[in-house]
Design a protein around this ligand. Structure first.
Ligand SMILES: Nc1nc2c(ncn2[C@@H]2O[C@H](COP(=O)(O)OP(=O)(O)OP(=O)(O)O)[C@@H](O)[C@H]2O)c(=O)[nH]1
Ligand SMILES: [Mg+2]
Length: 166
């Protein structure tokens, strides 16, 4: 279920509502450090001029933890977008970076249909899609991904986003 007011809060934020938005999403095998990686992104994007950025804490990062128990459920959006200055064709411009964290895949207790939806929506919503795994890209994973991507294309075709995953 989409939490529309949370989404409005993010994209209607005064600081970013007139800026181009880049959505970075991460998906992939459960328990492989996806939320940990996004937390590093948050730290870097806020403090990239500080050589010690990796050791600095930032409020409002994604929840991550060690151990076997799963941490992330559903698709989570960081409620505060990050404004970043980039240089495009010699011109400095501001963009808003929105980060999406996703429930891990390949869980034997999660119905395959639910995993398909998670992958499809996170891929369709993103400008940059990161797939995280720690087992290497085997043929099995490629065919799993292919199947999920076909599902995403079907959803995309119904909401005029069909070219995105070609
Ligand atoms: N130091 C270090 N720890 C990592 C790295 N990648 C993963 N970890 C550890 O992996 C564990 C799991 O991290 P999470 O970010 O919670 O993993 P996740 O993939 O989001 O897990 P789920 O949301 O449950 O699917 C944590 O203990 C991290 O510290 C890495 O590159 N460096
Ligand atoms: Mg996680």
């Amino acid at each position: 279920m989409l939490n529309e007011s949370a989404l409005r809060q993010v994209l209607g934020n005064e600081q970013v509502k007139n800026l181009p938005v880049v959505v970075i999403s991460i998906n992939g095998r459960k328990r492989t450090g996806k939320s940990f990686m996004l937390t590093q992104f948050v730290k870097y994007l806020y403090q990239k001029n500080d050589p010690e950025w990796v050791n600095r804490l930032v409020n409002g990062s994604f929840e991550w933890a060690g151990g076997q128990a799963r941490v992330t459920f559903g698709i989570n959006i960081r409620t505060e977008p990050i404004v970043v200055e980039i240089n495009e064709s010699g011109q400095n411009k501001k963009i808003a970076v929105v980060l999406l964290d996703c429930q891990g895949l390949f869980d034997p207790n999660t119905p395959k249909e639910q995993e398909c939806k998670l992958l499809a929506f996170s891929a369709l919503l993103s400008s940059v899609f990161i797939f995280n795994d720690n087992t290497g890209l085997s043929e099995d994973i490629m065919s799993y991904l292919n199947e999920y991507a076909e599902y995403a294309k079907l959803i995309g075709a119904n909401c005029s986003a069909s070219n995105k995953l070609d």
